[in-house]
Design a protein around this ligand. Structure first.
Ligand SMILES: [Zn+2]
Length: 377
């Protein structure tokens, strides 16, 4: 419990019942532990107890007070080696029991302000959903229509309904509304009065299912929106495998088309400075690669055009400027020029000849690299 918590008088029924739900759960656990330790102490003093039909817990011959008294004596007054071993065991159980008792008292004290506030306000509506497939929604756990079976009815407390009007609760409960607890509830079945109430487990399952369905539908929609196939319907093959999306096809087609523009740039550089030719691949090779890249781009462009319901020409017209821009990015900038010079020095013989020629002609080597790119056409 933190100091920042609102006082119960300022809390809504949902806030109070949320706290109570947590605390009552803790109390149930603390009670169970407390009872286990009491039973262990009965055991220590030879009172084994027995199960009785209908009783929720073992029934012992000794009163709890008597059992506790005997346990304390046993823990404090050992006469033999064996007894001292037993005494330590009993002592430990006594300590655990005292701690469990203390914990239980603390929880009960923590609960009290909330139950007091509930009483002060004259109570409010609550919804307890009987934990079964055909479970009804009740206003409390002691409804006269419950607990008729062998076991007591188990409930899920739907605290989000706390403090709502009966009409609001009945509307959501549908066929589940208990007509004893909510007298205004109409009588109906699953079909005529659908319910929005589910036990927590069911509710989670229903929600998870809804989320999964939605995600699946979304993925399917995305796939048909972004997905791509070859015009004939089969998978669309790229250089490195199947292309799944239109975007992937566009990127790869652009890459292939950009081969033409890098090739034009090399032509431009070699034309400006024929001495640089040895540092590029021979023109026939470059032209062949360009043609091959065009060939690979075409089916991708066809697939994109097919998907968009447009022509190959229209897609090509869109991609060409992008391919040009890509070539400029790939083969431009100071970094690229730097790398190019660096690589050229590795061709020792050609490099020496070229730089010597430049010196003789009184110009700097590789000046052409600073040339503006030819215009896109
Ligand atoms: Zn009821």
């Amino acid at each position: 419990m933190t100091d920042t918590k609102k006082p119960p008088a300022e809390m809504t029924p949902v806030e109070i019942d949320t706290e109570l739900s947590r605390l009552w759960n803790e109390k149930d656990q603390a009670e169970a532990r407390h009872l286990d330790l009491q039973a262990a102490l009965h055991h220590h003093v030879g009172d084994k107890g027995r199960r009785v039909r209908g009783a929720r817990h073992r029934v012992f011959d000794l009163s709890w007070e008597r059992a506790l008294e005997l346990a304390i004596i046993k823990a404090r007054a050992p006469y033999t080696e064996y007894e001292s071993v037993v005494a330590r065991e009993v002592e430990r159980t006594l300590t655990n029991w005292a701690m469990a008792r203390r914990k239980l008292d603390d929880i009960v004290a923590e609960i009290k302000p909330y139950t007091d506030e509930y009483t002060r306000r004259g109570g409010w509506n609550r919804v307890y959903l009987a934990n079964s497939y055909d479970g009804h929604a009740h206003n409390g756990t002691e409804c006269s229509t419950c607990h008729h079976g062998e076991e007591r009815t188990q409930f899920a407390w739907l605290v989000r309904y706390s403090g709502l009007t009966e009409a609001e609760i009945v509307a959501d409960a549908g066929w589940r509304a208990c007509t004893t607890c909510y007298p205004s509830a109409p009588v109906g079945d699953r079909e005529s009065l659908p319910s929005k109430m589910f036990t927590p487990d069911k509710e989670e399952a229903a929600q998870a299912r809804a989320e999964r369905d939605q995600a699946r539908a979304q993925r399917a929609a995305d796939k048909s929106a972004k997905g791509i196939t070859a015009p004939g319907g089969g998978p669309l093959q790229g250089r490195h495998g199947t292309l799944e999306t239109e975007r992937a096809a566009v990127l790869e087609a652009t890459q292939e088309l950009s081969e033409r523009y890098t090739n034009r740039r090399v032509d431009q550089l070699v034309e400006a400075d024929p001495g640089m030719a040895p540092f590029f691949y021979p023109k026939d090779k470059r032209d062949r690669w360009e043609a091959e890249a065009r060939g690979r781009a075409l089916p991708l462009i066809e697939a994109v055009a097919h998907k968009r319901g447009t022509t190959v020409e229209a897609v090509t017209a869109e991609l060409e400027p992008k391919a040009y821009a890509k070539a400029k990015r790939d083969m431009g900038g100071k970094d690229w020029a730097q790398r190019f010079r660096q690589t050229a020095t590795l061709q020792r013989e050609e490099y020496d000849a070229y730089t010597a020629a430049c010196k003789a002609e009184g110009r700097k080597p590789f000046e052409a690299l600073a040339l503006r790119w030819y215009k896109f056409q």
